[in-house]
Write a protein that binds this ligand. Sequence first.
Ligand SMILES: CC(C)(COP(=O)(O)OP(=O)(O)OC[C@H]1O[C@@H](n2cnc3c(N)ncnc32)[C@H](O)[C@@H]1OP(=O)(O)O)[C@@H](O)C(=O)NCCC(=O)NCCS
Length: 337
Amino acid sequence: MFKIRPFNSTDEEYARIVEINNALWPDELNTVENLRYEDEERNPTFFFKRLIIELDYPSLVVEEPGKIIGETWCGQDQWEYDPSRYFFGLHVDPQYGQLEYGQNSISTAVMAYLLNLLNNRRPKPKLLTTHCREDKTGRLNFLKEQGFTEEMRFQDSELDVTTFDPAPFLDRVRQVKSLGIEILTLPELKTRFDNWMEQLYELDMETARDEPTTGEFTPQPIEEYAKIFNHPAFLEDGWMIAVDGGQCVGGSDIWNNKADPQKLNTGFTRVRRSHRRKGIATALKLATIQYVQQRGATRIITNNEENNPMYQINVKLGFKPRPAWLEFHKELKVKEG
Ligand SMILES: CC(C)(COP(=O)(O)OP(=O)(O)OC[C@H]1O[C@@H](n2cnc3c(N)ncnc32)[C@H](O)[C@@H]1OP(=O)(O)O)[C@@H](O)C(=O)NCCC(=O)NCCS
């Protein structure tokens, strides 16, 4: 009916898996360019595998044997590294949804395939993680049946910038300015500091460890970090940086969405511990909203762990919740040998 085979990185495969992604997630469109870049630049030190699910004989539903109807992937997270912790994901073309769950389904076959693959690795896998959007009941039921438990909730939210009123927040911006803190765009920062990338790297390595996650933050070398500045969705003038004297103390960045230019994404908003609760995050967010307005886009999409104070800052700014993403874990029994 279907088979699971290696991904060969062909143009045709990339085009098809992006088509499936976009049919599944019309609110979160992706591009071949983004996916290729992320695959090609992924640090090979960390395990990652992408696999194709395609129609196969014999089957009643086979009109086109060899047609790609889904993809699955699994790997280790370099930013939350643990050699025995793996994530996985699965996309099935909604037109073939009848094959996704139930007896002899794609989900069951993929789970067996991945567990077998990972069990051959050393050290043996101890934890399998995955994300599922809260409105995808078929997948939620499958994960629960498989023994996955919900560990963390990440709230998606979006702001309509066309109706955004900055007035209630302008006092906060004035307060930040009165402390001598400037908000610069990245092109402005570059003219100020030759070591702008080292500055941003240090800022991010300090602040990312305070972002709620289920694993422990793993700092990466600056060469790895530097790859974000060549990502196809990187927008140089969408980066707002808070500078206090000679030091970068905060930042918030907007990412492009070439598949849906009206909707831009917030990457990471962060403020050094020494500078928190002074209104800097609020001032940075205001600068990013103004940037998106000037660019002529209509919406900003973001995602925060539900108890992160950043989520309430976004709600106060007018971001409206969308369905949340849930992180699921399954402890794997390690058999010796
Ligand atoms: C979340 C974060 C960016 C907030 O930065 P900040 O500059 O301190 O935020 P602001 O000063 O603009 O806060 C505005 C309001 O939000 C609320 N708030 C901010 N941080 C809070 C906290 N830790 N606990 C409770 N409320 C908080 C308060 O109401 C605050 O106003 P107040 O200080 O007058 O009471 C910062 O804590 C941080 O860098 N955290 C680690 C990285 C992270 O998780 N980023 C978000 C993920 S994208």
